[in-house]
Design a protein around this ligand. Structure first.
Ligand code: SF4
Ligand code: SF4
Length: 352
């Protein structure tokens, strides 16, 4: 893990410098259409126009003729679409990999690639923006179709493989995971997890209300991840949230995922649909603590002598699958016998 972390820091510095240079160049150019197709432009569009990667066309193209604007917009959208398809493909691959012990081990490579390529190099597509654009689309306020393709495309993948996007290809989750020191056991009790989940519902409702009333994406003005990946925020709130995120990520495993991510919450609901991919147990479960200790995201919590697994929170990292010596924990399709939420000792099953 330390090797990954060192590499991450190095990459962060190198790419941040490159991006800063690229952004300076970008602002000094007025005629080169090709620039709008380069990956570095995602940052230019996103961060310096107070908007998100899927909704900033206006400022970006204001200096071109109307004809060129349309051409550039079309090319940019197709470029974003190819990225969205690549992410969906990588997530699908991860969904297959997590099912096998040997391939499960390469999850850190996926996480690292997500941070370096999607985060530092590309600057998106971001899942939070995709979620917001999809919501705006359904209330008739956006046409950022590559963002919608990404968000909706992840629904069937989640249905068939679980929240594998969260566990393997989301660069927002990945960077938090790399930052986590792992030695501290704070806010890990079942009660703490419940409180964090309540806060996440609260934030989710506020976000939907804001989108409904303002029809605009405010996230990009304050999103700490945008600051991480290009060291720039249009206002002080972004930097404050960044410090909070960095500090909390050191001591809590994926705090943003647990407390604030609307996309993670939404995809968690898919585990409740009949036939969806869920983790469950076979009769051989010994009721030991192994899987609850393996589960850093606290999808498995300990209640007395029994572990409780909530598939809504599971990010399909596969750690518990690998660590259970008797292979009692396995992937199933949600049914009467395999619920979304279960007690792992097999004593009691919760009806969800
Ligand atoms: S919960 Fe959100 S931020 Fe975390 S990994 Fe999932 S989509 Fe990414
Ligand atoms: S239950 Fe926890 S350890 Fe197991 S796959 Fe899900 S997130 Fe990973």
């Amino acid at each position: 893990m330390k090797i990954y972390f060192s590499f991450l820091i190095l990459t962060f510095l190198v790419i941040s410098i490159n991006i800063t240079n690229a952004q300076e160049d970008e602002f000094s150019q007025t005629t080169e259409i090709q620039n709008t197709q380069s990956a570095d432009d995602e940052f230019t569009e996103d961060e310096f126009s107070d908007s998100d990667e899927f909704s900033s066309d206006q400022d970006e193209f204001s200096e071109f003729s109307e004809e060129n604007v349309e051409e550039i917009k079309s090319k940019t959208n197709w470029n974003r679409f190819y990225w969205a398809i690549s992410i969906l493909f990588a997530t699908l691959l991860a969904g297959i990999f997590v099912r096998f012990e040997a391939t499960r081990k390469i999850r850190p490579v996926f996480l690292l690639a997500a941070v370096v390529i999607l985060g530092f190099y590309r600057g998106g597509p971001g899942i939070i923006s995709s979620f917001q654009n999809t919501f705006l689309f359904f209330i008739g306020s956006t046409d950022k179709w590559p963002a919608i393709v990404l968000f909706l495309g992840l629904i069937p993948i989640t249905y068939f493989f679980g929240k594998v996007f969260c566990g393997w290809t989301c660069y927002l989750g990945a960077i938090q995971e790399f930052l986590y020191i792992g030695k501290f056991k704070i806010l890990q009790s079942d009660k703490s997890q419940k409180v964090m989940r309540i806060i996440r519902y609260f934030i989710f409702v506020i976000l939907l209300a804001q989108l409904t009333f303002t029809h605009s994406i405010e996230w990009s003005r304050i999103g700490p991840f945008k600051v991480i990946f290009n060291l720039f925020s249009p206002n002080i709130t972004g930097y404050i949230l960044l410090v909070i995120l960095l500090l909390s990520s050191l001591f809590i495993h994926r705090p943003f995922c647990k407390i604030a991510c609307p996309a993670g919450l939404f995809y968690g609901w898919i585990t409740k649909i009949p036939g969806a991919s869920v983790l469950g147990i076979t009769d051989s479960c010994a009721g030991c603590k192994t899987c609850s200790t393996s589960c850093q995201i606290n999808a498995i919590t300990r209640e007395g002598k029994t572990s409780k697994l909530d598939n809504q929170e599971c990010i399909m990292c596969g750690e518990c699958l690998s660590d259970c010596n008797i292979k009692s924990i396995q992937a199933f399709r949600k049914s009467k016998n395999h619920k979304s939420q279960i007690f792992l000792k097999g004593i009691k099953k919760v009806k969800i």
